[in-house]
Design a protein around this ligand. Structure first.
Ligand code: SAH
Length: 538
């Protein structure tokens, strides 16, 4: 008689959530091997089986015993909660077999039977948090170095994954979850919805909805899975919802969809997808791309949620109805600082009674206009020769007026940089100061990046910290860059920062972290006195 190893994931814990195959496998086995708590959970299914239950940390001896019994000819069920292939026994069983030179052809038969893993069972109790790209991370550093776990949390935070944290905390391991929270707060809002599910589908099931900021105020233990939303996850009626996709592809308030099935995959209906060839980037297009938050808001408004704000639902700003506000920056031109009456009138007309215009320190007026038709606004403004740019975390060029156009030699280079990089989305807003002579009276050297034209060539300054009590100018990194090289130099620096900067990492921080950008070295400048950090509002 040939033995068999059945590696069974029996789901979260209740009989309703065991698959038919898992139940049959348990019934057809001669013996059951598993952690005592798990054996107790499925005890009601047992008839004649011999039970070998062991303590938690004896996983290796459990796997060895299972293999030995199967080799003796027994049908052995090795049980794991959830899925046996997710931090369960499946891997260990194969490792023990491999050690013995097992092959599928010659060795005992192995069947791995899938089960509902905690990420799925817990998600179902929270609403629909795992609707988009998600990952699981186990915070247990018994078998994995913390350095690696830390790196994975950081990467998942950066990549905006929905995250399910397994093994978040135990009697001795209490710091890991605090560290995980600290890392994720670098990338996500403190208000990010979080679900804590303890013992899903077991008698002691307990569900808490909280936020990334407040999650540690609640009980988290060995039987808890912590589900952390991505940047568009929102709360509705105490449920975590992560929108599935782009609102332009589906409407929620009508039975009939705006796009017919055959139209949905057309290129113009998926402007966010990776297409063959190069994407044209018009100002209008760049401004119109919806952020995940906007999409979540839109979806929620369609659901028409009640405007509740209780302690249980602390941070749901999306329950408030918001109008779609179109935001853009206007200026008369790269070097030109004079606005004509016609341009003023055009701005006043598009802003109307309900819009606002805000003058910034950066040679721009920010317009915020409630509208359903941004293209009408952009075309009216462009007709008068105004330069339009998107706002937010984008590349901005802040040039001087080149002595009212008198010193015009470097202007074409400024214009080329604007054309190439203006409005480019970056990890954080970035201003490039571009001044036309060594006086640099428009303060190029005090911006994230400074370019100063002098004696027919360019000087380059990198990494200014533009605000705060620890503000400092950018560091002089090169003198006398030939004009034909300057656009390329700036372009490669910006492309590197776009690709490698962390979300929200300002250029000076990036420069300090990587120490060298395109061959330009960072130098540490010792502060005169140590200053206490003072975040916004302090
Ligand atoms: N193989 C299991 C995971 C084992 S690791 C699976 O696929 O689900 C143990 C961790 O899983 C626990 O610390 C907890 O984070 C999670 N977990 C397992 N069952 C759970 C349940 N019923 N409710 C909540 N979390 C659970």
């Amino acid at each position: 008689m040939k033995g068999k190893l059945l590696v069974v994931g029996f789901g979260p814990g209740s009989f309703e959530h065991i698959t038919k195959r898992a139940e049959d496998a348990i019934k057809e086995s001669d013996c059951i091997i598993g952690y005592k708590t798990y054996v107790d959970l499925i005890r009601g299914l047992l008839t004649h089986q011999e039970v070998i239950s062991t303590g938690m940390s004896e996983e290796v001896s459990r796997a060895q015993a299972a293999v030995r019994l199967a080799e003796e000819g027994k049908v052995v069920a090795v049980i794991s909660s959830g899925d046996a292939g997710v931090y369960g026994m499946a891997g260990l069983i194969y490792e023990v077999l491999i050690e013995k030179g097992w092959t599928e052809e010659k060795g005992v038969e192995v069947e791995v039977i899938p089960g509902i893993s905690a990420i799925n069972s817990c998600a179902s109790l929270l609403g629909a948090p795992v609707m988009h790209d998600a990952c699981t991370i186990s915070l247990s550093d018994h078998l994995t170095p913390w350095k690696i776990i830390e790196k994975r949390i950081d990467a998942a935070g950066q990549a905006d994954f929905v995250i399910a944290l397994y093994n978040p905390k135990s009697g001795k391991r209490t710091r890991q979850i605090t560290e995980a929270q600290r890392i994720l707060l670098q990338y996500r809002s403190p208000n990010t919805p979080v679900g804590l599910v303890k013992s899903a589908y077991r008698d002691s099931q307990h569900v808490v909805i909280t936020t990334l900021e407040k999650m540690l105020d609640h009980d988290i233990g060995m039987l808890t899975t912590v589900v952390i939303g991505n940047s568009s996850t929102f709360l509705y009626d105490n449920k975590l919802i992560t929108p599935r996709g782009y609102q332009r592809k589906y409407t929620l308030d009508t039975a009939e969809q705006r796009l017919k099935p055959h139209e949905r995959l057309r290129r113009e209906n998926e402007p966010w997808a990776l297409h063959e060839g190069k994407e044209e980037q018009t100002v209008e297009k760049a401004i119109n791309v919806d952020s995940p938050l906007d999409l979540a808001m839109e979806a929620l408004i369609k659901l028409d949620g009640p405007n509740k704000s209780t302690d249980d639902q602390p941070m749901n700003p999306m329950h408030e109805k918001v109008e779609s506000i179109f935001e853009l920056a206007v200026s008369p031109g790269v070097a030109n600082k004079r606005i004509t009456p016609k341009q003023m009138l055009a701005i006043a007309e598009v802003v109307g009674e309900r819009g606002t215009m805000e003058y910034t320190p950066h040679h721009q007026i920010i317009l915020r206009i409630p509208t359903e038709d941004p293209s009408d606004i952009t075309s009216k403004l462009q007709e008068t020769g105004l330069l339009l740019s998107p706002t937010g975390d984008v590349f901005q060029l802040k040039a001087c007026d080149f002595c009212d156009g008198e010193k015009s030699d470097p202007i074409p280079y400024a214009e080329e940089i604007q054309q190439k990089l203006g409005g480019l989305e970056l990890p954080k807003e970035l201003r490039l100061g571009f001044n036309g002579c060594g006086m640099a009276c428009y303060g190029a050297v005090n911006e994230d990046i400074g370019v100063v034209y002098r004696k027919g060539k360019f000087d380059l300054f990198l990494g200014g910290k533009v605000v705060g009590r620890t503000a400092h100018p950018a560091q002089a990194v090169a003198e006398g860059i030939p004009p034909e090289e300057i656009v390329g130099v700036i372009d490669t620096i910006i492309q590197e920062y776009k690709e490698k900067g962390h979300p929200n990492e300002r250029f000076f921080k990036y420069f300090k972290r990587v120490r060298e950008v395109q061959g330009y070295q960072h130098r540490d400048i010792a502060p005169v006195i140590e200053l206490e950090p003072a975040p916004c509002g302090d």
